[in-house]
Ligand binder design. Structure first.
Ligand code: ADQ
Length: 475
């Protein structure tokens, strides 16, 4: 059986996946086959004098069946590749936030440099029959950089974030180069059918790609397979966590604390794509329009710190502090605060208990590749008395989770109405909807995701046997 080589911006401990969708899913796929996980160590080395020569050395360690190989980044690469191109160009644009993008010309050079560095350091570690699986927007040109060095392995790519429509993509000055480099992969996996449609429209209109079949495109002298592989959760592991001591303790504590209240929950990274200010506004609208919720409904919003060195995240933090302060000031009572806003991570083992104690989950991103919190919330519910999911139609998860209450998060009134409907829904309807949702996320769980993607990669028809392809020169 081919060895699996996973490449992602950051690696993690495959036995103890930290918070973050990618870490959870990648850890899972490596545990299935054993293999190599390659990425940035998270460390930054300041370049001065003779230390410069050492900053790109790799560190290797073995964890269970997995070999972890990492490298440090120089400060300049960290600033241009990670903070710059990945998180100030690609992240905002792919989430439709052109207003937040910073097209500083130095960023793309750092992005190319780090992708080339990854390729140079990874190549000597590869065996000829390794299956390589590259993850996410940080590493779009990695296959092209590997091919330029002669790598002929099967290489697959999975984009965890949305693929924007062609005209939004075209705002990136280097969009042609970026999209062309995707054709160095054998298989490109996206989260949803609408992402696939956007990608196909882009390459058909901008690169005159030929659609060979539903999933096969030909452009730049290469044939590429593309498809939707919606990521799932490890549902059995999640149910186990819900039933373990920490999960149960958390559930009982929250039930006791909020026995007279209706609990609403949001769990996110503090990111502008997650629609947090709009969510708090919708909750405020709920209190204004449906006064029976005053002194009764409490929104717990957990927002873990994220990318604090990128300016837009700082602005969001201030905005959330002020919105939550205002709603508590306007509506709070001596014995009730409408919003509990917690700017910290919650331990993973406690999350299921928190989900289960909540009547309603608010998962209302303005744009999201998938959103695993929506799936985790459903998995953690008591099937005999489940809570209700209010879900943004702009999350990739909305394509699968049609029985949730789907909302437009920009529509504050509409979202408030949906929250009220969720809070007052009959037990029969909640049970019916939950049943349908649970069976769908059980069928398409993380095991299904990994095996479907990897099977497709193993069997994809490679049209280049080995070596660099003509369009990769100059990367
Ligand atoms: P993220 O944007 O990080 O992932 P998400 O899918 O919601 O978003 O995954 C978050 C994971 O981190 C979940 O497992 C959740 O439980 C955990 N988490 C989030 N906030 C937390 C908090 N405050 N405390 C503790 N745990 C927290 C990217 C894409 C998503 C896509 C995933 C996976 O942006 O659209 O679903 O990758 O592909």
């Amino acid at each position: 059986m081919s060895r699996l080589v996973v490449v992602s911006n950051r690696t993690g401990d495959p036995r103890n996946p930290a918070a973050g969708g990618l870490a959870v899913a990648v850890g899972e796929s490596l545990r299935q086959t054993g293999g190599l996980w390659f990425g940035w160590s998270g460390k930054i080395q300041d370049e001065h004098g003779d230390e410069k020569a050492h900053y790109d050395d790799v560190h290797a360690q073995t964890v269970g069946d997995v070999q972890l190989v990492t490298l440090d980044l120089s400060r300049r690469d960290y600033e241009t590749y990670y903070l710059g191109y990945a998180n100030s160009v690609l992240w905002p644009v792919f989430h439709y936030r052109l207003d937040l993008a910073d097209f500083d010309i130095r960023f793309v050079a750092g992005y190319r440099r780090v992708n080339e560095l990854f390729a140079r350091k990874l190549l000597p570690l590869l065996r000829s029959d390794d299956l390589i699986w590259v993850h996410d927007y940080h590493l779009i040109p990695l296959a092209a950089a590997l091919r330029a060095l002669g790598c002929g392995n099967r290489i697959g790519f999975f984009l965890h974030i949305p693929m924007p429509p062609p005209l939004i993509m075209a705002a990136i000055p280097e969009h042609e180069w970026l999209m062309k480099s995707l054709f160095a992969y054998d298989l490109v996996g996206l989260q949803s059918e609408s992402d696939v449609t956007h990608f196909c429209h882009y390459v058909e209109s901008e690169a005159h790609a030929e659609r060979l079949s539903r999933e096969r495109l030909r452009a730049f002298n290469r044939t590429l397979r593309v498809g939707a592989y919606p990521i799932g959760i490890d549902i059995d592991e999640f149910v186990r966590l819900a039933e373990a001591k920490d999960g149960r303790d958390m559930f009982l504590r929250m039930r006791e604390e909020y026995s007279r209240r209706r609990l609403l929950l949001g769990v996110d990274r503090l990111d502008y794509s997650k629609g947090l200010p709009q969510r708090v506004e919708a909750f405020r609208e709920l209190l204004a329009r449906y006064p029976e919720n005053r002194n009764r409904a409490t929104l717990i919003q957990i927002a873990s710190p994220s990318r604090e060195k990128v300016g837009a995240y700082d602005d969001l933090r201030r905005q959330m502090d002020s919105l939550c302060g205002a709603i508590n000031g306007d509506y709070g009572e001596l014995d009730w605060m409408p919003v509990r806003y917690i700017h910290r991570n919650v331990a993973r083992k406690r999350l299921p208990g928190l989900y289960r104690a909540s009547r309603v989950a608010l998962v209302t991103p303005l744009r999201d590749g998938m959103n695993l919190v929506a799936k985790e919330f459903i998995a953690a519910q008591d099937p005999a008395d489940p809570g209700m999911l209010v879900l943004s139609r702009f999350a990739g998860a909305a394509e699968q989770l049609k029985e949730a209450l789907l909302v437009n998060p920009y529509d504050i009134e509409g979202t408030a109405q949906a929250i009220e409907r969720a809070l007052t829904m009959s037990a029969d309807e909640r049970i019916q909807r939950h049943d349908a949702l649970l069976s769908r996320i059980r069928k398409h769980d993380v095991h299904w995701w990994c095996s479907t993607f990897l099977q497709a990669l193993k069997h994809v028809e490679q049209d280049v046997a080995c070596g660099p392809t003509p369009h990769h020169e100059g990367l």
